[in-house]
Design a protein around this ligand. Structure first.
Ligand code: KIV
Length: 277
């Protein structure tokens, strides 16, 4: 049985929650095998899978496709899918309809960016039975439009605003909140003052859990290398090396070898030769 929202909630104050993004079947299977608690089908897919400059162009159809693939690859982890830009801002009914599409595609919960301004939307989605993860601090869907990548909550006023947003999202029924690029002091304060888990990305060690983009963990995405993302491998250079070796083997005739080829039965081959000569 995959983990439930209740399982995630029960980890608050007892065990750190591990979250990683996934966008396809194979990677989801591997991350699930590694034992992470949550697979996040992030709209970062727009950048690392589709090559967009940011997450703004990502559509519901794309998110549904990624979510379907990830949900087929998981056995144990909870699957949370991002609601892309402008899939929930127009109206509550638009938000409910699109959250429902992601659930039908295989997600167990959805994630929305925004603080107090989306509390009614969060409440409406939760009330129909769909679990919601909030996302405050740096919000890639909108902050990139205004000020670019910037650490959040560096001043007292900004920290207080985030603190309020966290409380409001909890009251609206969110089961957890992602905190992106928030000063570690503020993250600690928010984590200690709400009853639902916080999942940090670039927000210090005191969150209840951590999330990273799988392409950063594996060293696959070269365009942006955030300071907060620990790269456990540098796979992109290994991949280029492997593909160069393949190309060179094809050119030199080293590949395919006998071990990669199929043969005919000898007697059949003799009969064939008689016919075609
Ligand atoms: O889209 C994503 O990958 C995310 C994480 C950065 C939390 O929302």
């Amino acid at each position: 049985m995959p983990k439930s929202v209740r399982d995630i909630l029960s980890m608050k104050n007892s065990k750190k929650i591990t979250v990683i993004t996934a966008y396809d079947y194979t990677t989801a299977q591997l991350c699930d095998k590694a034992g992470v608690d949550i697979l996040l089908v992030g709209d970062s897919a727009g950048m690392v899978m589709l090559g967009y400059e940011n997450t703004i162009p990502v559509t519901m159809d794309q998110m549904c496709l990624f979510t379907e693939a990830v949900s087929r690859g998981r056995q144990n982890a909870l699957v949370v899918a991002d609601m892309p830009f402008m899939s929930y801002q127009s109206s509550k009914s638009q938000a409910i309809e699109n959250a429902g599409r992601l659930i039908k595609a295989g997600a167990d919960a959805v994630k929305l960016e925004g603080g107090s301004e989306i509390k009614d939307t969060v409440r409406a989605i939760v009330e129909i039975g769909i679990p919601v993860m909030g996302h405050i601090g740096f919000q890639p869907q909108t902050t990139t439009l205004q000020e670019g990548y910037k650490v959040q909550a560096k001043t007292k006023d900004a920290a207080l605003k985030l603190f309020e947003a966290g409380k409001t999202l909890e009251e609206a029924g969110a089961f957890s909140i992602a905190l992106e690029m928030v000063t570690k002091e503020t993250s600690k304060m928010i984590s200690n003052s709400i009853g639902i888990p916080t999942i940090g990305i670039g927000s210090g060690p005191d969150c209840d859990g951590q999330v990273l983009v799988v392409h950063d963990v594996l060293g696959l995405y070269e365009k942006i290398k955030p300071k907060f993302a620990k790269r456990y491998l540098e796979l992109s250079s290994d991949i280029v090396k492997a593909i160069e070796s393949y190309k060179n083997d094809v050119i030199s005739g080293k590949f395919p070898g006998n071990e990669h080829s199929f043969t005919m039965d000898k007697s059949e081959l003799e009969r064939l030769k008689k016919e075609i000569v």
